[in-house]
Structure formats: C-alpha cells, structure tokens
Design a protein around this ligand. Structure first.
Ligand SMILES: Cc1cc2nc3c(=O)[nH]c(=O)nc-3n(C[C@H](O)[C@H](O)[C@H](O)COP(=O)(O)OP(=O)(O)OC[C@H]3O[C@@H](n4cnc5c(N)ncnc54)[C@H](O)[C@@H]3O)c2cc1C
Length: 284
C-alpha cells in the first residue's frame, strides 16, 4: 500500500483520476478500523490532512460553510453554528467521545454514510448542500439526494467532498439533536434532529429528521405540517410521531429491535421539541 499526502485539492483530484484503486483518508476513525479488520483493502491511500481548502468553518450573511476536513470537536465548539444551525453543533457534540471527536471529520462521517451516525439527520434538518469536487469540476448535491442506501452515497468515482454548506434558516429558528444510545458514547439506537420557529406559543416552522431508523435519514413533510400551527401539544407531537414512524424502516440489531426503535421515535421527538419550545438550547 502507498500513502500519498497531497498539499492541494487539485493534486488530490489528479491522484484519484490517475490511480485505479485510490481511496481518501480523512480522520481515519472508521477507515483504519475497517482496514485493521480486513473489511477493506486499499492500494493507494490519499491523505486529505494537508489540504488547507478542506478545513475550517467560514460564514457569509446567507450561509455557513464547513470544510470537509473539519473535526467533530471544532464543530461542537463553533460559535458560528447558532439558531437553526444549532442542530449540527448539537449533533457533533454527541458523537462518540472526545477521542473520536478530535479525530473524525464531518466529510468522513457523511461519506461513510453509516445510517446510525449523527450528522446525516442533523444535516437533513438543516437543509444542507454537499459540495463535491472532481477533476471535471465542482457540483452541489442537496442533502436529500446525497444518502442513497446503507453506506452508499451519490458521490461518484474520483469525487471528494469539499464542504458542507448550511443556509442560515429562518429568523428565530433554533435547532437541536437528541439521540438514544445503549451507553454513553455509542452510536444512536434512534436519533431525532429538529429545527423550529415558535411565534409566541405557536409553532410556525418545523424541520424534523430521523436517524438510525432506516437506510438513510428520513424527513416527512406531513409530520412537519402536523406541527406547524400547533402549540406543540401532545396531540400534535403524537400525530407527527405517528407519521414519522410510518415512514421509518429500522433494523433489528444489537442496538435495539425494530419494535423498540419504533417505540423510541415519539419519545425522542417529544424530547427534542420540548427542549426547543422551552428555549433550553438558546445558548447552545
Ligand atoms: C469508537 C467509535 C465510535 C463512534 N461513534 C459515533 C457516533 O456516536 N456517532 C457518529 O456519528 N459517528 C460515530 N463514529 C464515527 C466517527 O464519527 C468517524 O469520524 C466517521 O465515521 C468517519 O470520519 P473520518 O474523518 O474518521 O473518516 P475516515 O475514516 O478517514 O473515512 C471514512 C470514509 O469516508 C471516505 N472519505 C473521507 N473523507 C472524504 C471526503 N472528503 N471525500 C470523499 N470521501 C471521503 C473515506 O475514503 C472512507 O471511505 C464513531 C467511530 C468510532 C471509531
């Protein structure tokens, strides 16, 4: 195996075009474990760590741009991810434990496309766009089209995810991510990501996404419509949860049975919405 460490995005894309069996390595948290377990074999590893264009969080009036190589810990501590984008910050802070948060990157997380990961649902609720580059140019992939199946994305051969672009969301919005896991630091058995606007006691905007509930993160427009115009009372939350559970297709695995996961959905939805409604995430 050869390890190459390009210093620019152009150089990295040229290597991917040139080499038959080349694979990017970001934080290595997942890929190295898979290589150690003989689950993947790689001829050429392309380290992305020296490419400055892929790191850091920048903002404009309209959006926040997170470079693909930005570590979970930096995202979890970012003062820029407020309001609706608190959902992404909140998800980052709940990934695994500090060692993994200091190692893993948001690009690596979404490219691995583990349906139990925290970012996919949070990015869906935040209406993210994924920026991908290849030797042919750059394209923007709406988050709803990025995750295609278990561990499969819309990324094409030779493409590198360069950034995650987040629109600021509506005025007054707040976002939050909740997860249930067997033990602290584990992947989610089920997770819920929510972005809300409250106009007085009434919900005027809702974006809800479910994680660990099927091959890809799930958003159900009818569930959001059941919340908008309501005071987020028990009846509205129960109806939204019913619609979300209907769309879910959770597996039966070591983290929980299908039935158990379906049971968690209304509870986690209520927890996320009540936290946002009560304003407990205002400083997050
Ligand atoms: C013990 C442990 C616990 C964990 N718990 C959680 C958890 O609770 N929640 C959670 O969400 N995640 C969890 N993770 C996963 C963690 O978030 C990893 O950071 C993430 O899965 C992979 O990120 P990485 O940067 O290490 O990617 P890598 O391991 O380097 O790469 C992963 C894959 O993505 C590809 N890739 C990486 N970057 C790019 C790019 N920019 N463009 C194209 N392809 C790319 C690689 O080729 C590889 O196929 C856990 C991991 C471990 C080891």
């Amino acid at each position: 195996m050869r390890y190459l460490a390009p210093g620019s995005l152009k150089e990295a894309l040229d290597i991917l075009r040139r080499e038959d069996d080349a694979r990017c390595i970001a934080g290595g948290a997942t890929l190295v474990a898979m290589m150690n377990a003989d689950l993947v074999a790689v001829d050429v590893l392309v380290g992305l760590g020296r490419i400055a264009e892929l790191s850091g969080i920048t903002e404009t009036d309209d959006e926040v741009r997170i470079g693909a190589m930005t570590r979970h810990a930096e995202i979890a501590a970012s003062p820029v991810l407020t309001g609706a984008l608190g959902v992404v910050r909140s998800a980052a802070g709940q990934i695994a434990h500090p060692a993994v948060r200091n190692m893993g990157t948001i690009g690596g997380s979404i490219c691995h496309a583990d349906p139990a990961a925290d970012f996919p649902a949070a990015l869906l609720a935040a209406d993210a766009t994924i920026e991908a580059a290849s030797a042919e140019g750059t394209r923007q992939i709406p988050i709803g089209e990025f995750f295609e199946d278990y561990f499969e994305t819309a990324l094409r051969e030779g493409e590198i995810v360069t950034a995650i672009r987040l629109p600021r969301g509506p005025a007054g919005a707040r976002g939050h991510h909740v997860k249930f896991s067997r033990v602290d630091g584990d992947y989610a058995t089920v997770s819920v990501s929510a972005v809300l606007v409250m106009a007085g006691a009434t919900c005027s905007y809702a974006r809800i996404a479910l994680g660990s509930s099927g091959p890809v993160p799930i958003r159900v427009t009818a569930a959001e419509e059941a919340l908008v115009g309501s005071p987020l009372d028990q009846a509205a939350i129960a109806e939204a949860a019913r619609l979300l559970a209907e769309a879910a297709d959770p597996v039966d695995d070591v983290r929980g049975t299908t039935e158990y996961r379906l049971m968690l959905i209304p509870r986690l939805l209520a927890r996320a919405l009540n936290t946002l409604k009560d304003g407990e995430t205002a400083s997050v």
